[in-house]
Design a protein around this ligand. Structure first.
Ligand code: ATP
Length: 457
């Protein structure tokens, strides 16, 4: 057999691996799918939860100045009137098939994308919000929209969140949840879909301090990805030129990532000024202001908004962690997920299905399960099971072998190095906890030994 050669990641490879290993499936798959919609499988759902949890921990739990909210998807339609979503999205639009910029059809001199020269879609009256009806009668007055972002739910709760949390400025409100956009073109797997999740927060600051907070959040959010293992070289920052800014924004900087289809927006950080609170203030007749008791002033805060699509962040972690390497003349495919992100933290693998071995392995599994997301697997040859765990990105596998029955020890195999240690079964829980927190594999508990180093696992 020819020697295997590690290849580069392509979107096709990723889509097929994600489907084969239970990360992500096309929505309504047995009916032929639904364009722009995806389902997360047993492994994907864990990955998604871990990413959302890591974000929530860093934005809400570990900070004193940001609180969480979970607002409804359906809102009073006047919200979308005031926010500008109903009016500014109701023009005849064409969309560039290449860069996805949309253009007002009647303002174009020629049938090419003014930005990149790409081919344009047919013209249509376009509002990217999905429309539905509340109540039994499908009439104009009953129209409601599926939210295209989660931000408006936070703006309209500005006073509720501020008053009940008794915070002072600068102060933020964070939210994660589904958003829906009737995108003209979808594609690149979960990069652009019609139903997706957003995690974003609104950081309210005193006007005049907005520039400094904007810079602070660009840096914080950039570093969050690096802390969780994303390679710095694959990340970028793109500052939007002033003439291309959204109507509400004074500055926007995107954190970009080098996806298989090119460098593209992963997260956007916008200085939304006082636009949103003023709009909702005017529309409702309620002053959405802040009273600063230090300076004795009332003012409408400025808003810094870092907004990331959960699914795009998932795609980023998948692409960045993907690796192919040759081990013992065999191709090994793996995800080098950071332990906080890895869907399964520990696999428990009995060497064979012998009854007494399985009994011990099941005991070990029962002991570890309350502490970590684990997987028990006794189905195939041990080598194949290791490879399967590599493809799930499981940082550690615990193997129970025949010697374990005599010495009550088990081996721990490290995904990235393929090194192994052998330690007493009663120390497994604490040792795995330490390794998942970043301790070197060869720091051993009492009675532990190095089992395999630089082997071809
Ligand atoms: P794009 O230019 O890619 O359409 P946008 O600038 O409209 O994105 P925002 O409105 O700033 O995006 O949305 C915030 C974040 O939500 C984006 O940075 C992206 O991660 C994510 N996002 C936006 N649209 C989609 C979509 N259709 N599918 C998946 N994620 C999306």
């Amino acid at each position: 057999m020819a020697n295997p050669v590690p290849g580069k990641l392509t979107m096709d490879k990723l889509v097929s691996l994600c489907q084969r290993r239970g990360f992500i499936f096309p929505s309504s798959d047995i009916y032929g799918g639904l364009s722009g919609c995806w389902d997360y499988g047993p492994v994907g759902v864990e990955l998604k939860r871990n990413i959302k949890e890591a974000w929530w921990r860093s934005i809400v739990q570990e900070r004193n100045d940001i609180v969480g909210l979970d607002t409804s998807i359906l809102m009073n339609s006047s919200v979308w009137q005031a926010s500008g979503h109903l009016t500014s999205f109701s023009d005849p639009l064409v969309e560039c098939r290449v860069c996805h910029l949309r253009w007002k059809a009647d303002e174009l001199a020629e049938r090419k994308c003014p930005s990149c020269g790409g081919e344009l879609t047919e013209e249509r009256i376009f509002n990217t919000m999905f429309k539905t009806f509340i109540g039994p009668v499908e009439e104009e007055a009953a129209i409601v929209y599926l939210r295209p972002e989660t931000a408006q739910g936070m703006f309209v709760n500005f006073q509720n969140a501020l008053n009940t949390s008794r915070k002072r400025l600068p102060f933020g409100v964070a939210q994660q949840g589904k958003a829906f956009r009737n995108e003209i073109t979808t594609g690149n797997f979960i990069f652009r879909s019609r139903e997706f999740e957003i995690m974003e927060f609104e950081y309210y600051v005193k006007p005049g301090t907005d520039k400094e907070w904007f810079d602070y959040w660009v840096e914080e959010r950039f570093n969050w990805y690096i802390k969780l293992g994303i390679k710095k070289d694959n990340l970028g920052l793109y500052e939007h030129p002033k003439e291309k800014l959204a109507h509400y924004s004074r500055n926007t900087t995107d954190i970009t990532y080098l996806f298989p289809h090119g460098q593209a927006e992963l997260e956007g950080i916008a200085n939304r000024t006082d636009f949103d609170l003023k709009q909702h203030g005017v529309a409702t007749g309620k002053a959405l202001e802040y009273y600063d008791n230090e300076t004795n002033e009332h003012y409408v805060p400025y808003i810094i908004e870092p907004s990331a699509g959960v699914d795009r962040v998932i795609l980023t972690f998948l692409c960045d962690a993907y690796d192919e390497e040759v081990v013992n003349d065999d191709l090994r495919v793996l995800f080098h997920f950071h332990p906080d992100i890895a869907p399964i933290k520990v696999a428990v693998l009995p060497l064979s299905r012998k009854e007494n071995l399985v009994a011990l392995a099941k005991n070990v599994h029962a002991d570890l399960r309350p502490c970590f997301m684990t997987q028990y697997d006794d189905t195939q040859a041990i080598g194949r099971r290791y490879r399967r765990q590599d493809e799930l990105g499981t940082p550690f596998s615990v193997t129970i072998d025949f010697q374990s029955l005599e010495d009550n020890m088990a081996t721990i195999r490290e995904r990235d190095t393929l090194n192994q240690i052998r330690i007493p079964i009663p120390s497994l829980k604490d040792t795995l906890q330490a390794k998942l927190a970043g301790e070197d594999l060869f720091v051993l508990p009492e009675g532990g030994q190095i089992w395999k180093q630089d082997s071809g696992g």
